[in-house]
Design a protein around this ligand. Structure first.
Ligand code: HEC
Length: 170
């Protein structure tokens, strides 16, 4: 046996225990660190407040849920195929369909004017909902969007077009 091996094998038990505790501690530390890196703590800030989501929920149930579903999940499995009347069905607004492709000002405009904007069938809510209430219903359905979807949407706000809206809520 060479002298290095002797030194290692001969390392005293306390020292070995200390080393293994240190290893374990740094493992725990690293795992906590990486958890916080992708966990709830690092959720990106959203433009709306909890209060807007709460208000939006009530308004959404009253004005939107009959077509878009209580949790904005949509009522038709196939929201891309036109119905027998030639119109598109109300799509899910929970981030699984197309709504995240629209910047905030366009989402507001859709809620204000409805299908009149693009030859659709949705009723407009201008005069029914105030501007603040429109922000709230949007906040409500956006609260279902996962981090990835919200991230792509919010990236889009920055890159061109009509900006992030006249008012960023709150
Ligand atoms: C009578 C049914 C109906 C009601 C009520 C309704 N919608 Fe719609 N909505 C639709 C339909 C149908 C479409 C698909 C486009 C069209 O035909 O106008 C749509 C499309 C949308 C879109 C565009 C989604 C996309 O993927 O491009 C948004 C946003 C939206 N609705 C939000 C709302 C909100 C918010 C409310 C409540 C304030 C609401 N809708 C109430 C039927 C409705």
């Amino acid at each position: 046996m060479d002298s290095l091996a002797v030194a290692l094998l001969g390392a005293d038990a306390t020292e070995a225990r200390a080393a293994s505790m240190l290893l374990r501690a740094s493992f725990v530390f690293l795992s906590l660190f990486s958890l916080s890196g992708c966990g709830l703590d690092s959720q990106q800030p959203r433009w709306y407040s909890d209060q807007q989501v709460t208000q939006g929920k009530e308004l959404f149930q009253k004005h939107c849920a009959s077509c878009h579903g209580f949790n904005a999940q949509g009522m038709y499995a196939d929201w891309k195929s036109r119905l027998s009347d030639g119109y598109l069905p109300p799509p899910p607004l929970n981030g699984t369909a197309h709504a995240w492709h629209h910047r905030l000002p366009l989402l507001q405009e859709i809620v204000r004017k409805g299908g009149a904007l693009y030859d659709g069938k949705m009723p407009g809510f201008a005069g029914v909902l105030s501007e603040d209430e429109i922000f709230s219903v949007i906040a409500y359905f956006q609260s279902f969007w996962d981090e990835e979807t919200y991230g792509m949407w919010s990236e889009m706000q920055k890159t061109g077009g009509n900006g992030f809206g006249a008012k960023s809520g709150g």
